[in-house]
Write a protein that binds this ligand. Structure first.
Ligand code: HEC
Ligand code: HEC
Length: 285
């Protein structure tokens, strides 16, 4: 082999070793900082300016990419601002506030602080607002609403968001009064069953905060019994024969079966309970 080629190969080899060493040193330094407890998780400590800007930019790019596929319907036709405001009043104003309305203490003690939507709603396209409202923002305190608000309800919420920056306080009060009888519609259907979708649904009802659920990454919790190899179970809650239909009944309304049970009624809609029951009945460890 000519000398030049050998030298080139050595150079390549050393660069690879150098890159691997850097990654290993970086990971080790990260582990030391993490395990020493030096990294503060307090909600009173803001990120460094550069980290803040990077995360903010990352959110915008990620939302733009995922929201690209969303087809915006004719909002004039499908959206109802009264319904949108009913959703906003029930689920959003606590954190984000409204014209002349302060956010609750819940929305003040958070970091990142919930954005003032009068600004984002002006600047963000409707599809982006829809995507963020439907899917939430992980590790930020912005919840996902897909499993609590129907698709039409979400578009109505977006229609309200788009109108909000142009409202006076008086107009907002008028809308608040006019929509007092309106309800925020829950979803009535759910997309086809898949193992992944069922796992999202468990998380979206916080089931995994009390139960270890077979196949699901979550806290090591024992508030309720572990739901692992559930198909082997003969009774639910010690009183109801274990069948898929009875399992759905239990998940939708545990108190109607066992009035003193600690398991709360989580307002689960039946199509979601059916996905959860199917998962529990088929998941094997
Ligand atoms: C528990 C508090 C909380 C609730 C309730 C909440 N949000 Fe948020 N929301 C946040 C936080 C925190 C962010 C900021 C995320 C970030 O920028 O890192 C956010 C961001 C957003 C954004 C992105 C805009 C921006 O400038 O970052 C939109 C749009 C939004 N929320 C809409 C809604 C709607 C609509 C509802 C009600 C259906 C809602 N939010 C309910 C906490 C909340
Ligand atoms: C706040 C804690 C809590 C949450 C949240 C919770 N559960 Fe439970 N769950 C319990 C407790 C406690 C029991 C035991 C109740 C009993 O036997 O009366 C239980 C019992 C059950 C049982 C019967 C278990 C058995 O051994 O017979 C099933 C199935 C179940 N839960 C499913 C769910 C699902 C699905 C969700 C989410 C929609 C959920 N749970 C959310 C606390 C919780």
């Amino acid at each position: 082999m000519p000398a030049r080629q050998v030298a080139h190969r050595h150079k390549l080899l050393f660069s690879v070793i150098g890159a691997v060493a850097l990654v290993v040193i970086g990971a080790a330094a990260g582990a030391v900082i993490l395990l020493s407890g030096a990294y503060s998780t307090a909600a009173t400590k803001q990120h460094f300016a550069i980290t803040y800007r990077i995360l903010e930019t990352g959110l915008r790019f990620s939302v733009a990419r995922y929201a690209d596929k969303i087809v915006v319907p004719d909002l004039e036709r499908v959206a109802d601002v009264n319904v949108g405001y009913a959703c906003y009043r029930r689920y959003c104003v606590q954190c984000h506030g409204a014209p002349g309305v302060a956010r609750d203490p819940l929305g003040r003690g958070q970091l990142p602080s919930p954005s003032s939507l009068s600004e984002s709603a002006r600047e963000w396209p409707a599809a982006h607002l829809f995507y963020v409202t439907q899917q939430g923002v992980r590790m930020s305190g912005m919840p996902a609403w897909e499993y609590r608000i129907s698709t039409e309800g979400l578009w109505s919420t977006v229609a309200f968001l788009k109108a909000m920056p142009f409202m006076t306080v008086a107009e907002h009060r008028k809308l608040d009064a006019a929509s007092s009888g309106a309800d925020c519609p829950k979803p009535t259907t759910v997309k086809a069953y898949s193992r992944e979708r069922a796992q999202i649904i468990f998380r979206q009802y916080a089931c995994d905060n009390c139960h270890i659920i077979g196949g699901l990454v979550g806290p090591n919790t024992h508030v309720g019994p572990p739901l692992v190899n559930w198909h082997e179970r003969k009774y639910i809650g010690g009183i109801l024969p274990n069948t898929p239909e009875n399992l759905v009944r239990w998940i939708v309304s545990p108190q109607s079966i066992s009035p003193h049970t600690m398991m709360p009624d989580l307002d689960v809609i039946e199509p979601h309970a059916q996905h959860m029951a199917r998962y529990l009945m088929t998941e094997r460890e």
